[in-house]
Design a protein around this ligand. Structure first.
Ligand code: ZN
Ligand code: ZN
Length: 370
């Protein structure tokens, strides 16, 4: 069977003199194309899926976006681009057309959505149930081939059966957003967002937007400020928060007693600028990867006030099942971030080549596969 897949190529040239280089210091000159590939016989632990919708993530944009000065890609997430290219894409929904011999939890004809962290189930973190920190995690569409394709093979354990949740096409589109929603959900959990909290979310991309919505509707925050320099994204966020600000405007009149900061913008200086307005026992959660340093100026204030800064990655550990229930009961609008749909791999490639169209004129864009 043939599949039309979207593939990224790059030259692996580690920047000289850097210990532990990130992928933004390893891969140069990204190229992207749509190709026809013939699928091998299905692995016993995989499922073959005809894709319906896939979501474009900021990571995908940064994967093909090169720094004009150095030629290196901007993406700093764990990544391996082999010589034969990497099929990208890690958010989406499809219909199962074949199941490997070991698969029990889904059948042909079922709709599935995917976790994008393929875990080992055997390491010390997995054994403890800390799946997001699996020692041998492989990121779908970054370290292993992803789901931007007409037909894709995916590890069965990464698939969630969502057949019962789907009543119309709108549900399929919504469920294509579960992965970023799960990231936001786990970030809220890691931030221990609690009843009455005052929350500031930096960045109104899909994950920031979902975080803001969840803080209000699910985790009980009293006020959620959403801060983003991009006018389009502010307009999307204004449907869900009465406190949406341009970055400069926000810092000219900062609120006090902020309990939680969710950093999904990538502008780490925001943390220094807001730090002294954090309440005692405040929590800062870092989500956006940039490869940049954070030099915190107010360390004494942090100690006195027992403020914590934590990283958050992933969506494993039960978030999907909670989100499915919240979605089904109309407590969490998974379609809130969708602002555009393109058709097929060629339109996807054209869009990825113009990062402005995604970052400044959209929030979540879906790709529809026929
Ligand atoms: Zn993503
Ligand atoms: Zn593991």
């Amino acid at each position: 069977m043939d599949s039309r897949v979207t593939v990224v190529y790059a030259d692996r040239e580690p920047m000289p003199g850097i210990i532990n280089p990130g992928s933004h210091q390893l891969f140069r000159n990204p190229r992207i194309s749509v190709e026809t590939r013939t699928l091998n016989a299905l692995h016993p632990e995989e499922i073959r899926v005809q894709m319906c919708y896939a979501g474009i993530c900021g990571t995908d944009v940064h994967l093909v976006d090169r720094n004009p000065d150095t030629g290196y890609i901007r993406c700093s997430a764990p990544l391996n681009i082999p010589i034969e290219g990497r099929v990208i894409g890690h958010e989406g929904v499809g219909k199962v057309i074949e199941t490997g011999a070991s698969i029990r939890h889904v059948r042909t004809g079922d709709y599935v959505t995917f976790e994008s962290i393929i875990i080992c189930h055997c390491c010390d973190m997995c054994r403890k149930g800390k799946f997001n920190q699996c020692r041998h995690a492989q990121l779908l569409g970054l370290e292993t081939d992803g789901i931007f394709g007409s037909v894709v093979d995916v590890p069965g354990l990464a698939a969630h059966n969502v057949t019962n949740i789907i009543q119309e096409d709108n549900d399929i589109m919504s469920l294509a957003c579960v992965e970023p929603a799960g990231v936001a959900y786990v970030a809220c959990q890691n931030a221990v967002v609690s009843a009455g909290d005052i929350v500031v979310v930096f960045g109104a991309g899909p994950i920031g937007l979902f975080s803001a919505i969840l803080c209000t509707t699910v985790f009980g925050a009293s006020t959620v400020y959403v801060v983003d320099p991009v006018a389009f994204r502010r307009r999307v966020a204004e449907k869900w928060s009465g406190h949406v600000y341009d970055t400069e405007e926000f810092f000219s009149d900062l609120p006090n007693d902020i309990d939680v900061v969710i950093e999904s913008s990538g502008d780490l200086e925001n943390i220094n600028k807001i730090f002294r307005n954090l309440n005692a026992n405040g929590r800062v959660v870092l989500l956006a990867r940039t490869g940049n340093h954070l030099a915190l100026s107010a360390v004494d204030y942090m100690i006195t006030n027992r403020i914590s800064i934590t990283g958050s990655r992933g969506h494993l550990g039960g978030a999907y099942n909670d989100i499915f229930k919240l979605y089904r009961n109309m407590r969490f609008p998974l379609n809130a971030a969708i602002t555009g749909v393109v058709n097929g791999g060629l339109e996807l490639v054209n869009l990825l080549k113009s990062r402005e169209a995604i970052l400044y004129e959209n929030c979540k864009v879906l790709v529809k596969f026929e």
